[in-house]
Write a protein that binds this ligand. Structure first.
Ligand code: ATP
Ligand code: PRP
Ligand code: MG
Length: 287
């Protein structure tokens, strides 16, 4: 099974990092190579431009891919299935126009010109919104934000996340076109390969573990019910006997807790008699 991942740009590093955390260690380095093997002899990696990945998967150069949802939509590929939202690379594709201009609604773009790196998504958007006459869509390959200032376009459709680039270029959002994040997807006819499900499960287990902590503590057996009451989440804690030389009647309690609940949970379990509380990170969590 071959999986296509971004070779550079902002998605490269977090994708490699995710594969590593999922246990799919890259054997021969990730730098500027076309292919890499992984520790799993049945899984290899193909490095490609984020924008080309959907096409590579659809054409069979790779079986699965990791790239932005915006790229999958723009490539208009058939016969690929989304398997997992990897929840990074979050951004929005927006229609934006000069802050102090007359364009404040989609309808104002009737017969005007819109520059974008995403011509397919942009044309689909105007077709759906029914702006008449449809705007002329001009394809550019970067620095889209400049085009309204050099009279190349009246508005743009471009990526924004913090909004800094739009602000710097004195552009304001007119409307959201698409909301995006990085996805794992695969060619439909490759879905029968059990490796694809293995990779999906491994990546999902990393996402599951994010934001969770593993809590361990010792608890007097007669306080167990009270401790159970204050530990939130995940099907209740695991309780284990301690090899108990002193005969002081304690048990070990382990639980998975949301990171945001850790502080409060520790305060509460201490109140009801827990001791020796340990908090650790979780690498993966397979449900
Ligand atoms: N500012 C941003 N915040 C969050 N995600 C973003 C942002 N910009 C782009 N992305 C996501 O990352 C993807 C790839 O963008 P990136 O800028 O890394 O590549 P690129 O510039 O298209 O690469 P190349 O240099 O190969 O042309 C986008 O399709 C989008 O899904
Ligand atoms: O809302 P912001 O946080 O400012 O992000 C938006 C910018 O990020 C992307 O560019 P990138 O930084 O990837 O540069 P690029 O044009 O070289 O791809 C995108 O094309 C926008 O220009
Ligand atoms: Mg970019």
């Amino acid at each position: 099974m071959r999986i296509a991942v971004p070779n550079k740009g902002r998605l490269h590093e977090p994708t490699i990092d995710l594969l590593e955390r999922a246990g799919l260690h890259l054997e021969n380095g990730a730098d500027r190579k076309l292919y890499a093997d992984t520790v799993d002899p049945d899984v290899s990696v193909l490095f490609a431009r984020a924008a080309d990945i959907p096409e590579y998967v659809a054409d069979g150069a790779a079986d699965a891919g990791i790239t932005g949802y915006d790229q999958v939509r723009e490539a208009r590929v058939d016969d690929v299935a989304e398997l997992l939202d990897l929840e990074f690379g979050r951004c929005r594709l927006v229609l934006a126009a000069p802050e102090d201009g007359d364009i404040t609604a989609v309808e104002n773009l009737a017969g005007k010109t819109v520059a974008t790196e995403f011509p397919n998504i942009t044309r689909d958007f105007f077709a759906e919104t029914g702006v008449d006459p449809e705007p002329d869509v001009v394809e550019v390959t970067g620095a889209t934000e400049l085009t309204p200032h050099v009279e190349m376009a009246d508005a743009i459709v471009d990526i924004t996340s913090t909004g800094t680039t739009l602000k710097m270029n004195r552009l304001a959002v007119v409307e959201e076109v698409l909301s995006s994040s990085v996805r794992l997807f695969a060619r439909e006819d490759a879905l029968e390969d059990p490796k694809i499900e293995e990779v999906r499960t491994a990546l999902a287990s990393v996402k599951q573990a994010e934001g969770k902590r593993y809590l361990m503590m010792n608890v007097p057996e007669d306080r167990l019910d009270q401790v159970r009451d204050v530990i939130p989440g995940m099907g209740g804690p695991t309780v284990m006997d301690i090899a108990d030389e002193n005969g002081d009647g304690k048990v070990a309690v382990h639980a998975v807790v949301d990171e945001s609940d850790v502080f409060e949970t520790i305060t509460e379990v201490k109140k009801v008699g827990a001791s020796d509380v340990l908090v650790t990170e979780i690498e993966r969590l397979v449900e």
